[in-house]
Design a binder for this molecule. Sequence first.
Ligand code: CAA
Length: 287
Amino acid sequence: MELEDINTVAVLGAGNMGHGIAEVAALAGYDVTMRDIKEEFVQNGYDQIEWSLGKLAEKDQISEDAADDALDRISPLVDVEEAVGDADVVIEAVPEKMDIKKEVYGEVEEHAPDRAIFATNTSSLSVTELSEVTDRPEQFCGMHFFNPPVRMQLVEVISGAHSSEETLEVVEELAESMDKTPVRVHKDEPGFIVNRILVPLMNEAAWLVHEGESTVAEVDSTTKFGMGLPMGTFELGDQVGNDVSYHVLEYMHEVLGDAYEPCPLLAEKVDEGHLGKKTGNGFYDYE
Ligand code: CAA
């Protein structure tokens, strides 16, 4: 498949990442289907896209017409067959759990055309293992966006053991057509590049607070004002979702060993449902 053959992008999952990817794809001129398992999830994602496009237009980063056109290009759906039936590329952004993702691929490959490339937005899981549950492991790779996708420049394009060079190249071109900068990840290791560096940093920050050595505010001040990061580590955790970073850590711990043991403070946030901005509270309150 060539970039010119891509007209329709199906995005599976309308959460933080899914709706952001759908927005970016629609802004690039693709027809987009955005699918989630419940009407309310899809509606919530669609509302967030509308909010985000409104913000971009308000700040003259895009025109009002471009915002309206992008929204018009997005079809929010619950039915899988309708969502992927005519897709040239399927970008999967469902929860960061291997069994959930595998189940979704089982459903999707039944309805997706043979030509369709499958790209997973997984933050850390094995692209190779996911590709092997599909009928097209060579047409499968990672396409990892960052939160919020509409503002973040990078896309990691991850080569699984079976990904063909043609697939990787067209996905890199697709990322460029969305005004992103792709970076090839040659080794399919937990966390790839960014999360291999970033998530242990977030975990270490949590250990400092858990052990009573610092407060959340102190750590965030040092990461912003001493390390030059745009957000404090805990602010960032709330932005990406404490469940997401926790699941990435759990997987890194399982595969890479004890150095990645998740801090209990993160587990507590997940157990309490304090997942960050998306639930209205995390390390900070947003209500
Ligand atoms: N769409 C449109 N506008 C948005 C938005 C979105 N999705 N998200 C935030 N904004 C708006 C805010 O509402 C705010 O608007 P107002 O000024 O009207 O209040 C504005 O953008 C925020 O602007 P700021 O000036 O405060 O911040 P900024 O523009 O300088 O940068 C940022 C915002 C790009 C998010 C920056 O803080 C940043 O880069 N943060 C770090 C993000 C990051 O590291 N992401 C990667 C996380 S790791 C990951 O995602 C991988 C994984 O797998 C876990």
